[in-house]
Design a protein around this ligand. Sequence first.
Ligand code: HEC
Ligand code: HEC
Length: 308
Amino acid sequence: MKKAVVVLFVLAVIAAGAAWGLSAPTYISDQDAATLKVGEPVSGELVFWAGGCASCHAEKGAKGEDLLKLGGGLRLETPFGVFVAPNISSSEADGIGGWSLADFANAMTHGTSPEGENYYPAFPYTSYARMTGDDLGDLFAFMKTLPAVEGKAADHELGFPFNIRRGLGLWKRMFLDPAPVIGSPVSGNDVDQALWDRGRYLVEGPGHCGECHTPRDFAGGLELSKWLGGAPAPTGDGRIPDITPVDGGFGSWSAADIAYYLESGFTPEYDSVGGEMVHVQENMARLPASDREAIAAYLKAIPAVAAN
Ligand code: HEC
Ligand code: HEC
């Protein structure tokens, strides 16, 4: 009897130790760090729009030049609590002006802060983890040119246990995987492989389209088997549409329709884009036409997800 208690106790200690070890933050490899270099702000601006950083880190409702003031403060309501987007402007005191490029790459691709803390996935690093080193270097260079905004954003409003960042390490082990979601174009489509690859990169990586268009499981991880198959709106009202080529649904949009929607905000029925897609569409309109065509090519040749 006594022995059994001791064994249980030892097992509990081992389990706790393993969980602690498994929840440790991860970092880019030394090899990847060595290849990073601060790039070109002009290319970085396109990465910035593709990544939609201003949609969360600029002030709510910001337009024009104000989209480049990344002081944070936007409140993101989720089932786990309220996240407040932080200041990521070039301010050394309140933003990320003092960060190295490696700090930035660790945040974007490993969800790890310079202090070694885990970030919450409300910051869509699960998608940004697929970004190339070149794009990260260019984006970093562009963000250095943006104005310093003084003042820290408010703290997140989270209850126990969601307020413990360490636990996110386990979540990241389950859901942070930079491998592509869709391995290759669905056959039967006449696909330009290079165009499709570019579309996959934009959608699965910087564009983080899956973060809204894919349903989540109980733990807040994306259900990859229903990739882009539509999801309940995080705010509780309405649904985010299925953007896979389903018959009788989005499948009736041609590649040209999709590219035109991303450019103009008009659907084939001449409805105009609404809700949270408005910012995404405005960002996509700033990219070269070839990038919108690439996204369209990708969306036309991925598995159709039946209504869920
Ligand atoms: C959907 C909203 C959203 C988008 C889009 C977004 N972020 Fe964030 N970001 C957040 C939130 C929320 C946090 C805070 C995470 C935390 O505290 O764990 C954050 C944190 C960060 C941090 C860490 C800041 C710090 O002080 O430690 C960096 C860097 C960052 N984001 C950069 C970016 C860049 C660059 C982009 C565009 C490519 C971007 N974010 C797009 C919501 C977003
Ligand atoms: C912040 C959440 C969010 C993100 C990120 C997002 N979308 Fe959307 N998307 C929406 C919402 C909400 C709608 C519905 C818009 C409406 O009601 O007009 C939508 C609508 C669409 C539609 C029109 C579908 C239809 O049947 O009307 C397309 C196409 C689309 N999104 C593509 C994309 C692509 C491509 C990306 C990534 C570059 C993306 N979305 C990223 C929220 C998002």
